[in-house]
Design a protein around this ligand. Sequence first.
Ligand code: MN
Length: 233
Amino acid sequence: MTAFAINPPETPSIAIEGDKKRFPVRRIFCVGRNYAAHAREMGADPDREPPFIFMKPADAVCDDGGTIPYPPLTNDLHHEIELVIALSKGGSNISEEEALGHVWGYGVGLDMTRRDLQAEAKKKGRPWDWGKGFDHSAICAALRPIVDNGHPESGRIWLNVNDVHRQEGDLGDQIWKPAEIIAFCSRSVRLEPGDLIMTGTPEGVGAVVEGDRLVGGIDGIGEINVTIGNQQA
Ligand code: MN
C-alpha cells in the first residue's frame, strides 16, 4: 500500500441505472463540433475542420436529478446535451473494428459551458479549460450497461428548458461515431477503464439562468433532468 501525505481524494463516480454500485470516473474526454449544424451555429465550417478533443477534470461529474449551483465567473452558462460513452477496457491504438468492445455503457450528459469565458479564450488563442472544466460542468444521468441495449447508431437527442424546446438532433448525424472517437483518442493517449467520452452536442445551445429546469433525453439511452441553482459565492 502506498502511504500518502494527506488522505487521497475520493474517486469521482456516477450512478448506474438499477444498480447501487457506481461507475468510477477516471478522465472525461469531450468531442468539440461533432454535429455539422452545431459547428455552423458556433461559426465554424464542418466541411473544412474535423471534430477535436478537449477535456474536463474527472471531478467535474455530478449526478442529475437535483440542483447544481450557477458557476462563478460567468454571465453566459450554456447547456449542451450529449451522448456519454463509459469505457470498461483500456488500450492504445484501438482499431475502429475493436473499439465498441471497450464500451461498458452509455448515458445522457450535459456539457455545461461558460460560453463567455470560452469565447474570450478562443479570441485570445488561450486554452478552453476555464470555459469548460469547472465544478458540476459534466452532469450525467445514470449510465446504462450495454447488455440490454446494444450500441446506439441513431436516436433522437433533445433538450427542453422550462418546457421550451431548445436542442434537437439525431445520433446518426454525429460526424465522428463512437467507434471512431475511441480509436482517435487511443492514438493520442492510452485509454483506461473508467474513462468517459462526451460525444458532442447537436444544434440549439443557449443560456440558462438561476431557477431554470433542464430536461433532455436520447431515445433508447435515457433522460436527464437538473435545476440551475443560485450563483456560487
Ligand atoms: Mn460539448
